[in-house]
Ligand binder design. Structure first.
Ligand SMILES: C[S@@+](CC[C@H](N)C(=O)[O-])C[C@H]1O[C@@H](n2cnc3c(N)ncnc32)[C@H](O)[C@@H]1O
Length: 285
């Protein structure tokens, strides 16, 4: 396995993914009843950007230097700042498990799955401040498989977050789709969020249409791209596909996503969009 998230940490896709994650958790916290946060591809929990993370300059570093107005962007930057101050490391960047663990209330729980044992150990370490709280558990194993054992949650509320490396893009798209359908079979009311790369429009549109058809549920597609969507350079954009989105999620996302785009776009032809896909309808291409 060649993928090293440390290289990509803090890039524009991480920023987009992590602000979306915090917004989803905030929406779940609107109700008092506890929920499960289940992450299938958790990573190591914190990344040192001075350790060769060249893409962060156009991501977290650019956003942190901007004058952000939206509450969601300010909260995200405050959490990044908190981690840095707490560890005395100005170039540290939090992974999704650390951000999520910081949002949990006493009644909520997290199961964080990471396949590589060394990364799983690093994740446990990076979550040290939450240890002793039995509600945050790290599992070393295959996220696609472990997901089944964890669902449905006793709480009957939850967010399943799927963030594969896409080393083999088509295979991970296919596996993420199967995992999403599996999750919904066991837990039909759960929120499922999948991160996907925007780099090949036809493959992406076919995948989204398949999910819309097979899940038969409402979906949101929230996308941020910094290069023309079909250019062949590298990663053009970042997408979040959200099945069973929280009530009015699209409305609240609209303003912060547009603002995020304004701050991050360096004039290479980017954009942002949110599509709401009605149950069973084919997603727009
Ligand atoms: C994109 S990174 C995750 C980043 C993390 N979600 C974040 O935002 O901070 C993908 C991670 O998935 C792990 N991984 C790859 N295949 C996996 C699998 N089948 N099950 C669980 N983890 C896997 C990799 O080792 C890597 O740490």
């Amino acid at each position: 396995m060649k993928y090293r998230h440390a290289y990509h940490a803090g890039n524009f896709a991480d920023v987009h993914k992590h602000v979306t994650l915090l917004a989803l958790l905030a929406a779940l916290k609107r109700k008092d009843k506890g929920f499960l946060y289940l992450e299938t591809h958790a990573g190591r929990g914190a990344y040192d950007l001075s350790d060769s993370a060249p893409e962060s300059a156009a991501g977290i570093t650019r956003l942190a230097g901007a004058d952000c107005v939206a509450e969601e962007l300010r909260h995200y930057l405050a959490r990044v700042g908190h981690l840095r101050r707490q560890r005395g490391a100005a170039r540290l960047y939090p992974g999704s498990p650390w951000l999520a663990a910081g949002e949990l209330r006493a009644q909520d729980r997290a199961v964080l799955i990471e396949r590589l044992p060394a990364q799983a150990r690093a994740l446990e370490k990076s979550l040290a401040e939450f240890s002793g709280q039995r509600r945050v558990r790290v599992d070393s194993g295959d996220g696609y498989e472990r997901l089944r054992a964890a669902l449905p949650p006793t709480e009957r509320r939850g967010l399943v977050f799927i963030d594969p490396p896409y080393e083999e893009s088509r295979l991970d798209l296919q596996r993420a789709q199967t995992a999403c359908l599996d999750a919904l079979r066991r837990f039909p009311t759960g929120v499922v969020a999948i991160w996907y790369p925007i780099k090949d429009e036809r493959t992406g549109a076919g995948w989204q249409a398949g999910l819309a058809r097979d899940t038969g549920r409402e979906m949101l597609l929230a996308e941020l791209w910094l290069y023309p969507r079909d250019s062949r350079v590298a990663l053009n954009g970042s997408g979040m596909l959200i099945v069973n989105p929280p009530y009015r999620m699209d409305e609240s996302m609209r303003s912060w996503l547009a603002e995020m785009h304004r701050h991050l776009d360096a004039g290479h032809g980017g954009g942002s969009a949110i599509h709401r896909v009605a149950p069973g309808r084919v997603a727009p291409g």
